[in-house]
Ligand binder design. Structure first.
Ligand code: TXA
Ligand code: MG
Length: 307
């Protein structure tokens, strides 16, 4: 099941699907331009076809083959944040199958930073569609073992690249009259984009990022965002920073970052949820993070995980 980079590229070239590491989370990769391959990805994840995939490229020039138009601000943001955890939603060219984009006339593209991912894209020779390598609505994988648990046996291989450095998915951004609109908060924060002189808008509920379903990123154990007044028997705590006064009442505690660092918390988020999920707790309570740095993106995932 665990395979080398060159084996993965060969499998991809012959129409297979493999899990690959990126700096954010592991992705389930396949040829973004081949509908049969895309159908295999949806089937393995049991993901509904209306939820579009992100297309991964290794060179900026590849973007021009995929999109009909590159707004000036999209180009500037790509220059600043690529390779890295930023996904740009742009009008698609015909070459991108409707299946890849969930029937939308736009395509989401990102250039990952992790060298293994770049090598695999280059060796395959085509852009790779790669949704997070988990079953639909379940926890995203940040290690090869996480992928194995959920998809082992349903896919053609897993490239083990260790733990994902960032740990939370890319920021998905579209453009409305050149204004960047955040469809999904992620590793590149709104503040980071505003710091380089852009005004950004965040999207309200009901907007066209179909992946922003209410329920998402969920462990099997019931998860509640926020702390209870009375801690029920056999509860777990996903903590951040200083522990609450009633912390000794929790059966298990995992702290995302004792020092209260949201970047460290993002890197630990999914592994901590996978771990808490394995303890057969009655419930998990997650402390809400301050909305600075990656706090916003982490709260977004935690609130969906609890639906
Ligand atoms: O960090 C990441 O983005 C990871 C790694 C593997 O690259 N991938 C990832 O893919 O998180 P996925 O499929 O789990 O999430 C893709 C998100 C979904 O919320 C989807 O709805 C949104 O991107 N998306 C994709 N295409 C879109 C489009 N054309 N318009 C709006 N949203 C789109
Ligand atoms: Mg996902």
């Amino acid at each position: 099941m665990y395979i080398s980079i060159s084996k993965a590229s060969n499998i991809l070239k012959s129409g297979g699907i493999v899990a690959i590491p990126t700096e954010t989370v592991y992705g389930l990769a396949g040829n973004a331009l081949d509908e049969i391959v895309i159908a295999k990805i949806f089937a393995a994840k049991e993901r509904p076809f209306f939820d579009p995939l992100i297309v991964h490229i290794a060179e900026f020039e590849e973007l021009e083959n995929l999109v009909a138009e590159i707004p000036k601000n999209a180009k500037l943001l790509a220059e600043k944040f690529w390779p890295g955890p930023l996904t740009l939603v742009l009008p698609k060219k015909k070459i991108v199958p409707d299946l890849t984009t969930g029937g939308l006339q736009t395509v989401a593209v990102r250039m990952p930073k992790k060298q293994i991912a770049k090598d695999i894209i280059k060796q395959a020779g085509f852009p790779l569609a790669a949704p997070s390598a988990n079953m639909f609505q379940h926890l995203s994988p940040t290690t090869a073992e996480h992928v194995m648990e959920q998809l082992g046996g349903k896919i053609d291989g897993i490239v083990d690249g260790g733990t994902c450095e960032v740990g939370i998915e890319s920021t998905v951004i579209g453009f409305e009259n050149e204004i960047p609109v955040i469809y999904r908060p992620g590793a590149i924060t709104g503040e980071m984009i505003e710091d380089i002189g852009y005004k950004v808008r965040s999207i309200e509920a009901g907007h066209p990022s179909p992946g922003l379903l209410d329920k998402h990123y969920s462990p099997s154990t019931l998860l509640c965002l926020g702390l209870p007044d009375e801690v029920p028997h056999n509860s777990g705590l996903l903590a951040f920073g200083k522990l609450p006064a009633n912390s000794e009442r929790f059966a298990k505690i995992l702290n995302l970052s004792e020092s209260g660092d949201s970047t460290e918390a993002a890197a630990n988020l999914y592994a901590a949820l996978h771990k808490l999920d394995s303890f057969r707790l009655g419930r998990i309570f997650a402390m809400r993070l301050p909305e600075t740095g990656l706090g916003n993106a982490i709260n977004d995932r935690l609130s969906r995980a609890g639906k």
